[in-house]
Design a protein around this ligand. Structure first.
Ligand SMILES: [Zn+2]
Length: 299
């Protein structure tokens, strides 16, 4: 069984503390992973409106949201100025690349992309994404080859800017297998590799999933007929839930899982380009998450 780990890094604190801790844990298990960074201002505090809106983190209590992110992070961009993550933590990011992990773009401003992408014009999307592309280039000295959006958001505009960036692949959606996305009657050329497994925050806090049932549940979900893609968060699996994530890595290893990098997987998938399906990218609701997320539709 093959597992690819995609790490979303959302916040200043998650970059500073969660990323190195997660990298050390992954190295212990010789597990490669792909770190997608938030490169611009940390405006997490502005998302507090969404965090406290009914429905967000449906099954998780709001006090645990505060515990998970820390009060400081929840004030960034509101009572506290928004720290610029790329400017403050370029060294952390470069170290991740130097350690052999894949790196890519999560966003410029997480709050903006997650909450406003659907309302942004093509020019606005291009301008916002260009900030992330430029910051990535400044930090790593070369162009980014991938992105995965905050909050599983995707629009025809965002997929167009991915195409313009000439990415190897992207990973915005939830689904079953790789495809070329179709939206608004257009087919986009950047391969989409969906996350196939639920995220920790979709399971945590549910009465049917106490911590001790999490790792066995994931092992049960693994498929041997296709790659399994799991998205984790520097702020969750790299911080408060690191012991539980260690348990999961141990369970995967015990069950003979082989960890692969997303970009290696993408190259392998693209070798058979002609046989890859074009499928609609559809915004829909999924279990354990509020609002609409990008999903792999049926052709
Ligand atoms: Zn995120």
């Amino acid at each position: 069984m093959i597992v690819a780990l995609k790490v979303d890094v959302d916040t200043d604190r998650g970059t500073r503390e969660g990323v190195p801790a997660l990298a050390a844990l992954l190295e212990e298990f010789s597990a490669p992973a792909s770190f997608l960074f938030s490169l611009g201002p940390d405006n997490t505090g502005k998302a507090i409106r969404r965090v406290f809106r009914p429905g967000f983190f449906q099954k998780v209590s709001r006090t645990s949201v505060v515990k998970m992110y820390g009060i400081r992070t929840l004030l960034n961009g509101t009572l506290l100025p928004a720290p610029h993550i790329g400017q403050r933590h370029a060294d952390v990011m470069r170290k991740i690349a130097a350690s052999g992990f894949e790196t890519g773009i999560h966003c410029n401003d997480h709050f903006k992309w997650q909450d406003y992408l659907s309302e942004m014009s093509l020019d606005e999307v291009r301008e916002e994404f260009d900030r992330a592309l430029k910051e990535y280039r400044r930090i790593f000295g070369h162009d980014a080859a991938t992105a995965g959006a905050p909050g599983w958001q995707a629009t025809a505009n965002s997929r167009q800017v991915y195409d313009e960036a000439g990415f190897l692949y992207a990973s915005d959606t939830r689904g079953e297998s790789a495809f070329f996305p179709q939206m608004e009657g257009r087919v986009f050329k950047t391969l989409e590799i969906p996350s196939t497994l639920p995220t920790f925050d979709e399971l945590l806090g549910r009465p049917e999933f106490p911590d001790e049932k999490i790792a066995p549940h994931y092992v049960n979900l693994l498929r041997s007929d296709r790659p399994n893609i799991l998205t984790i968060h520097a702020e969750i699996e790299g911080m408060m839930k690191r012991p539980l994530f260690r348990e999961l890595l141990a369970a995967f290893t015990e069950n003979g899982v082989r960890f692969v990098r997303m970009d290696d997987l993408a190259r392998e998938i693209l070798a058979d380009r002609e046989r890859l399906p074009v499928q609609p990218l559809v915004m829909a609701e999924i279990d354990g998450r509020s609002g609409q997320v990008a999903t792999q539709g049926v052709a």
